[in-house]
Design a protein around this ligand. Structure first.
Ligand code: 5AD
Ligand code: SF4
Length: 485
């Protein structure tokens, strides 16, 4: 009999992508994914530790599992991901409902662990790895809109930002085989997907060394690369060149060339590592979206130093200028933390001023939340009172709202290419999609008797803007993306 698994993902896009790897590993073990916990024999919560609040939400959800178990005696419950890594003892000792605890690098062992769980024992594996990339595992796409997908290109993080728990929960940085990434993207195209987001905690430090990887390319692609032979290594150099190292710019270009009909995004960049080579590749390829998520965290060089970010405000602003030099139409979003250890009113004002200066399209903004084991937890007192953090966060949000309103208004009148993702939640007569800059664009569902289904590319004129989205009028339905607009 087919066993049924329900996987619930919390936190970052990386977790969404990991859940798809887990679904693939479990498929080989006879599990089919289902859409609700009520239908499942196995519920897996893929968890996040980034802030205390994230962990609290999951803890509540774990408690709810007691009710489900009371109704379904055979139900097994597992905790995956960052909280599994960070809180294994707590979970095993204090949460009786949890049968299984598995860290982000141990998903291949799920079948054995489930066998143990089947005999009524608890099972745990939270070993971190220096090599695991799940490179060859073909993910089972969950909750998919059939249009956009994530592909993980690297795992872990070696940066040691003072506030961040990720190096402790996800371990050392390692990059996935470039050829397997390209193959996965090509498969997405064959499956009808129109957009991919390449994922990593810090994509700019992607590095893959290959001894003998060879990829076949079409004559057209080789013409673009300026090559006679149709056999090139993953970095696009002739195979005879011997061992090569593929960096992120090379990888991005390889995917752009191998999948010319696919829109390509990536996340997350790190200001200290973002190279001009990446910017040049982005500018060169129409199918790479003109959008960069570049977390600044703070506008104060003093705070950035304590955060151990490896850049100061001037460096960040120089990166910003370079982005705009290469791609004047590029949108930029960011992450900001309000109330980090020792943040003064002056530091806070510097952040507000930076937001006004950069004018981000969008930002994720958070109150600082101390995480055990991190550099900040060990070294600096969490000394900004909660109400001050709250007030500063509100000011950051308000300033950013004004900045994004201004950015969005600037798009009015422009012609953009939009990829339709689905029917608008607010109105059945409208669809929503995204432009290259990653802003949401609302469009009429019908154009000259044709319904705009998910996956349709449309040329639109932006008619109006709110801080959160744009409205467009349709000029033309395109057969694929990257047509000059
Ligand atoms: N407290 C608040 N925000 C945090 N982030 C990471 N760690 C913390 C923390 N301890 C934010 C950062 C990061 C984003 C993913 O989450 O802004 O870029
Ligand atoms: Fe949360 Fe970070 Fe883990 Fe993603 S990597 S789930 S954001 S703690």
């Amino acid at each position: 009999m087919q066993k049924k698994v329900y996987i619930e993902s919390y936190g970052c896009q990386m977790n969404v992508s990991d859940s798809e790897v887990v679904a693939s590993i479990l498929a080989r073990d006879g599990y089919t994914p289902v859409k609700s916990a009520e239908e499942a024999d196995l519920v897996l919560l893929n968890t996040c530790s980034i802030r205390e609040k994230a962990e609290y939400t999951v803890m509540q959800r774990i408690n709810e599992m007691n009710n489900l178990k009371a109704r379904n005696k055979g139900l097994k419950v597992g905790v995956l991901g960052c909280m599994a890594e960070r809180m294994r003892e707590d979970l095993l000792e204090k949460k009786k409902v949890v049968d299984l605890v598995v860290g982000p690098d141990a998903y291949r062992t799920l079948p054995e662990l489930l066998e143990k769980v089947g005999t009524g024992q608890k099972a745990v594996n939270v070993l971190l790895s220096r090599e695991e990339t799940y490179g060859e595992i073909e993910p089972v796409r969950l909750d998919t809109n059939g249009v956009t997908a994530f592909v993980t290109i690297m795992r872990g993080c070696d940066n040691m930002c003072a506030f961040c728990v990720v190096p402790f929960t996800r371990g050392r940085e390692r990059s996935r085989d470039a050829a397997s990434i390209v193959r996965e993207c090509e498969q997405l195209v064959r499956d009808g997907y129109k957009e991919v987001t390449l994922l990593g905690q810090n994509v700019d430090s992607y590095k893959f060394r290959s001894e003998d990887q060879k990829i076949r390319r079409s004559d057209n692609e080789n013409a673009i690369l300026g090559m006679a032979s149709d056999t090139v290594d993953p970095a696009g150099r002739p195979a005879s060149a011997g061992p090569t190292t593929t960096d992120f710019a090379d990888l991005l270009e390889m995917v752009a060339l191998a999948c010319p009909t696919l829109r390509i995004r990536y996340s997350t960049s790190h200001p200290k590592d973002m190279t001009d080579k990446v910017l040049a590749v982005m500018a060169r390829h129409d199918n790479i979206c003109k959008y960069i998520h570049l977390p600044v965290q703070s506008g104060s060089s003093e705070v950035l130093k304590r955060m151990n970010r490896g850049y100061d405000r001037a460096w960040y602003m120089e990166r910003m200028a370079n982005i705009r030099r290469h791609m004047p139409d590029c949108a930029i979003s960011t992450d900001i933390i309000a109330g980090f250890c020792g943040e003064t009113e002056e530091d806070h004002q510097a952040t507000l001023e930076l937001i006004r200066e950069v004018k981000y399209d969008m930002a994720f903004m958070f109150k600082y939340s101390e995480r055990p084991k991190t550099l900040a937890a060990r070294k600096y007192p969490d000394d900004v009172p909660d109400e001050v953090k709250g007030r500063r966060l509100a000011e950051v949000i308000e300033t950013q709202k004004a900045a994004s309103a201004e950015r969005m208004l600037g798009y009015v009148g422009q012609v953009h290419e939009v990829l339709v993702e689905g029917v608008s939640k607010r109105s059945a007569d409208h669809v929503y999609g995204r432009n290259s800059q990653n802003s949401v664009v609302i469009l009429p569902r019908m154009h000259e008797g044709v319904e705009l289904g998910p996956g349709t590319f449309v040329k639109v004129r932006i008619a109006s803007a709110t801080p959160g989205s744009l409205k467009g009028s349709i000029l033309e339905i395109l057969s694929s993306h990257a047509q000059p607009v």
